[in-house]
Design a protein around this ligand. Structure first.
Ligand code: B12
Length: 242
């Protein structure tokens, strides 16, 4: 951090020879690496070469000036969540999820809900305090809402992968309007996810939270448990203030 020394690695689509060394060196210099030293250069195949480089980086970061917004919720361990749900909530949390409207991509939703999970992290189905229902792909918004009402869902999770012509915005807004029309928006924790979804975008659209690429089931579960608890506390305070 303070001497600027870095190690980087990359592959270039070029043959492994002296010319490749010169190209990789120039590439590093353009990235702001001073005196790049190639410590590994090997062929991956006849037309691709892999490099490992040491060098000093000329860019500086004023670390004291970097301010980040504190996370809105803490990532909890499975045990912590179980304890909170048992002691503070006292019943299972029901979540229903779907890839709505024309969207047929279910891998992201399955990653969060199915027991198999994502990146070695088991999905919500595997938690004994979640009742997780996955309706799959191309579910009309009306059908999802009907299901959410019939099972008294606490959480509704939408997956939107297709973003061409901003279809994800249209679909997410449609679902929200329908929920508001039914008068149940405030009773539900409404979340969405997908490659072009961020927490900021979700909030802008009127959702409670949004989850983008790389989201793990533990993160989603932690958010839900925290949010459930926050709402319960607010309700308790409201009643005691009466
Ligand atoms: C697999 C795939 C398909 C499969 C889907 C199979 C299935 N059962 O899901 C099939 C072959 C059916 C398919 C079809 C199409 N696809 Co496709 N597909 C993909 C592909 C290769 C991978 C997507 C994926 O599975 N990602 C892995 C998951 C784990 O990531 P994720 O979805 O982001 O999910 C994570 C987060 O976003 C979040 N998350 C997601 N959902 C949710 C929900 C909740 C509640 C929460 C909390 C979190 C959450 O958590 C997940 C885990 O971290 C991508 C390209 C790519 N490499 O990304 C194209 C891609 C998404 N497809 C694309 C397109 C265009 C199509 C088609 C229109 C192609 C065509 N012309 O027919 C059709 C559309 C079908 C339809 N009606 O929806 C485009 C979309 C472009 C865009 N910006 O809109 C992409 C990006 C390819 C491309 N580069 O052009 N596709």
């Amino acid at each position: 951090m303070n001497d600027g020394m870095v190690q980087i690695s990359f592959t270039l689509p070029i043959k492994n020879d002296d010319r490749a060394t010169a190209i990789a060196t120039q590439y590093c210099e353009k990235m702001g690496i001073i005196k790049p030293k190639i410590v590994k250069q090997e062929s991956l195949d006849p037309n691709f070469t892999f490099f490992v480089i040491y060098g000093s980086c000329k860019h500086k970061i004023e670390i004291d000036q970097i301010k980040i917004k504190a996370k809105e919720y803490k990532i909890l361990s499975h045990e912590e969540m179980e304890k909170i749900v048992k002691n503070e909530i006292g019943r299972k949390i029901t979540i229903v999820g779907a890839a709505i409207e024309s969207d047929a991509h279910t891998v992201g939703l399955d990653a969060i809900l199915s027991a198999k999970g994502f990146a070695g992290d088991h999905g919500l189905e595997s938690y004994n305090f979640f009742n997780a229902i996955n309706l799959g792909s191309q579910v009309p918004s009306e059908e999802l809402i009907k299901k959410a009402l019939s099972i008294k869902a606490d959480v509704v999770g939408i997956s939107q992968i297709i973003t061409q012509k901003n279809i994800h915005i249209y679909n997410l807004s449609k679902l929200l309007e329908l929920l508001e029309g039914e008068g149940i928006r405030d009773r539900i924790i409404l979340i969405c996810g997908g490659p072009r979804i961020s927490n900021a975008l979700a909030k802008e659209l009127g959702y409670d939270a949004g989850f983008g690429p790389g989201t793990t089931p533990t993160r989603v579960a932690s958010y839900i448990v925290n949010e459930f608890l926050n709402r319960k506390k607010k309700k308790r305070k409201f009643l005691s203030d009466l």
